[in-house]
Design a protein around this ligand. Structure first.
Ligand code: CAA
Length: 250
């Protein structure tokens, strides 16, 4: 089991535990995460959900790049859709979701955090959307939610350069709401506070706050189509082979 759920009264802590790959998500782990989130969305006794990563190095270092290296466009669309399902559940379930970002939150990891309502980071956290350096683009909602949370200018800068930001910059640009050590303790404190509020009002507040339109479906589609390019194959292979990619524009 790579996704653990720990119930602390009305608060459910979901921990992604695949530490040998810095909690990067392969099919099994992402499927398990979706199952767990579906269960918690339906469970009225769980008033608040906290998402974190096991160990002290990573929240989630992204989608599993080695797995993605073998995908064609059709499979990549399905893979994108599964990630969208997880981020969408965090965004839409009728109860607050909180990301306790305890290290790297890159690519799909940053996108899961963006699906959450609140984001807290440890002082050692690093966030970013480095997909461009793999010859691909964010595929689990990042192009839409990063712009919504931080503004279009910041989203363009981070997605086009692929650079990572440290916790203090993440706080300055609004990507996280606070820095705290240990971050899980802070997330739990806020979660307990929220668990005492009206779940009905919280659910309606979330639904209203999420009303703004976005092009999430378009992103899922184009993420998959990119896997037909030679640059995507090259970028993903280069990571697994621990070398710099050579992009040709095809
Ligand atoms: N997928 C698969 N394996 C990963 C991984 C990922 N996203 N991130 C880290 N790992 C693995 C490494 O391959 C390594 O495994 P081995 O020991 O078998 O070689 C192990 O985790 C430890 O990683 P490093 O040795 O690289 O650790 P480091 O401290 O030198 O570097 C890091 C840490 C900067 C986070 C680096 O691991 C890294 O750059 N990871 C990839 C980050 C990334 O690009 N994420 C985005 C993925 S694409 C995506 O998510 C698409 C999407 O939108 C859905």
């Amino acid at each position: 089991m790579t996704v653990l759920v720990d119930r602390r009264d009305a608060v459910a802590v979901v921990t992604i535990d695949r530490q040998e790959a810095l909690n990067a998500l392969d099919v099994e782990t992402l499927t398990e995460l979706c199952d767990r989130l579906h269960g918690l969305a339906e469970d009225e006794a769980a008033r608040v959900v906290v998402l974190t990563g096991a160990g002290d190095r990573a929240f989630v270092a992204g989608a599993d790049i080695k797995y993605m290296g073998g995908l064609g466009p059709g499979e990549a669309k399905e893979w994108g859709a599964l990630g969208h399902e997880a981020a969408g559940l965090l965004e839409e379930m009728p109860k607050p979701t909180i990301a306790a970002i305890n290290g790297f939150a890159l690519g799909g990891g940053c996108e899961l955090a963006l699906g959450c309502d609140l984001r807290y980071a440890s002082s050692t956290a690093r966030l970013g959307q480095p997909e461009i350096d793999l010859g691909i683009v964010p595929g689990w909602g990042g192009t839409q939610r990063l712009a919504r949370v931080c503004g279009l200018g910041v989203a363009k800068e981070l997605i086009l350069t692929g650079r990572q930001v440290k916790a203090d910059e993440a706080l300055r640009i609004g990507l996280v709401d606070a820095i705290a050590d240990p971050v899980l303790d802070h997330a739990l404190e806020v979660a307990e506070e929220l668990a005492a509020k009206s779940p009905v009002a919280l659910g309606v507040a979330k639904r209203l706050l999420n009303l703004s339109p976005s092009a999430l479906e378009r992103e899922a589609e184009e993420f998959g189509e990119l896997f037909a390019s030679e640059d995507a194959k090259e970028g993903l292979a280069a990571f697994a082979e621990k070398r710099a990619p050579r992009f040709t524009g095809r």
